[in-house]
Design a protein around this ligand. Structure first.
Ligand code: AMP
Ligand code: GLY
Length: 395
């Protein structure tokens, strides 16, 4: 694991190499003759880590830089959807602030402004007024608040409906359905307060049906995999489609080329299968017949994120964490996100989102109850979490 944290250090050997240190990561993988490197976050994928490992003959779970553009460039994704008839909101692309402003005024609100490149989850503004939309355009194109990532923006129609996180695997040629989840994006109960990276997740999504899964595979996932292949950038790895279930059917809001956080934690607990084998098949680096459907725990999994005070605007870190070591129980896991060990071996908060507490059970309600029983044992000054994970309607 590179670089890892005190949580995973209990089960893995951690190497002090950051996710942006591509040379060091390649060197380490070669030195240990790794069978398979699983690349978690989008940064190194977009920067070409998978390409560099494959050049060395090392198996990789994760897309090439060219295929990671599905997440790394919103404009690339929208144009691909347009060329291949994949359902998504109508849009225009701009690099000039005056032109974008003119379009926004003519279009009217609500309207959505997205910076083209990676912006750590802060690049999307759902503008309820024309002024808000113009401000978002100006921040990106005039003030260059997002640097290079924001030199180009997508302005798209506002869609309405429940959201669903939809996960599929692809080896570049074929694809298979993996799972659905629901992400609790807002800080506060009932879906109020600022947007966050995710304050909780449940899997499966309560609206998952076999018919909906097949519809999304048929209209969105398989056309994407075919399009990437036909355009010379076959996609290998996990496609995480952010969907809006509109009256006109499921529409694609965005792609991530990774498992999602905190969705990943819920998915890993719900999985009743050999993860290594599944990821190796989807690496596309060795011959196999076709991707098989994974086996899942009967019931559901729920993940509650415990965050530092001040998250998401300005998290205050360094708080002493109590109870985390003892909170894991039957069918309950405590994953670390932003933690560190202090000089005396104590556990401290070291990031905005600190711990992910996940449980599984026969029903969503029971899974959530189990997770909250563990959350109740853990604490630090100013700790915050949502108390409605597992109920839904306004995530
Ligand atoms: P992020 O996860 O930060 O990229 O934010 C994306 C969020 O913005 C989605 O989860 C939606 O809630 C919202 N969003 C994105 N595109 C649209 C759209 N076309 N219409 C309405 N909401 C959108
Ligand atoms: N939870 C949303 C994401 O990982 O992008």
């Amino acid at each position: 694991m590179a670089p890892g944290n005190p949580g995973i250090a209990e089960v893995a050997r951690c190497l002090p190499i950051g996710v942006a240190e591509l040379d060091g990561l390649v060197e380490a993988a070669v030195a240990m003759a790794a069978d398979l490197v699983v690349i978690g976050p989008e940064g190194p994928l977009v920067a070409g880590l998978a390409d560099r490992l494959r050049e060395k003959g090392i198996g990789v779970f994760g897309p090439s830089a060219a295929a990671a553009r599905l997440e790394g460039s919103k404009g690339f994704l929208k144009d691909l959807c347009a060329r291949h008839g994949i359902p998504t909101a109508a849009y225009r692309r701009f690099t000039d602030a005056d032109e974008a402003g003119g379009y926004v005024r003519a279009h009217g609100a609500p309207v959505v402004v997205k910076v083209d490149g990676l912006a750590a989850g802060k690049g999307v503004v759902v503008a309820m007024t024309v002024d808000e939309a113009i401000a978002a355009v100006d921040e990106a194109l005039r003030e260059l608040r997002f640097g290079e990532a924001g030199r180009s923006v997508v302005v798209e129609d506002f869609l309405v409906g429940p959201e669903m996180s939809f996960f599929a695997l692809s080896d570049g040629l074929s694809s298979s359905f993996f799972a659905t989840a629901m992400d609790y994006k807002r800080l506060g109960d009932g879906g109020v307060g600022p947007n966050t990276g995710g304050m909780g997740a449940i899997t499966p999504h309560p609206m998952q049906t076999p018919e909906l899964v097949e519809q999304v595979m048929e209209t969105i996932i398989r056309p994407t995999v075919a399009a990437m292949r036909s355009e010379g950038a076959p996609f290998r790895g996990v496609l995480y489609a952010g969907l809006m279930l509109t009256e006109r059917g499921p529409m694609l809001l965005e792609y991530n080329v990774r498992f999602g956080d905190p969705e990943c934690e819920a998915l890993m607990v719900a999985l009743d299968d050999d993860l290594g084998e599944i990821l190796r098949e989807a690496s596309g680096d060795e011959a196999h017949a076709s991707l098989r459907a994974p086996r899942w725990h009967r019931g559901a999994a729920a993940c509650v994120v415990m965050a530092a005070p001040g998250y998401p605007e300005s998290p205050v870190t360094g708080g002493e964490i109590s109870g985390a070591g003892d909170a894991a129980a039957e069918a309950t896991w405590v994953f670390h996100a932003g933690t560190r060990r202090d000089e005396r071996g104590g556990l401290r908060t070291a990031g905005g989102r600190v711990l992910d507490v996940v449980a599984r059970d026969a029903s969503l309600e029971a899974a959530a109850r189990r997770a909250y029983a563990a959350v109740a044992k853990i604490g630090w000054p100013g700790e915050q979490h949502r108390s409605d994970v597992g109920t839904w309607g306004k995530p």
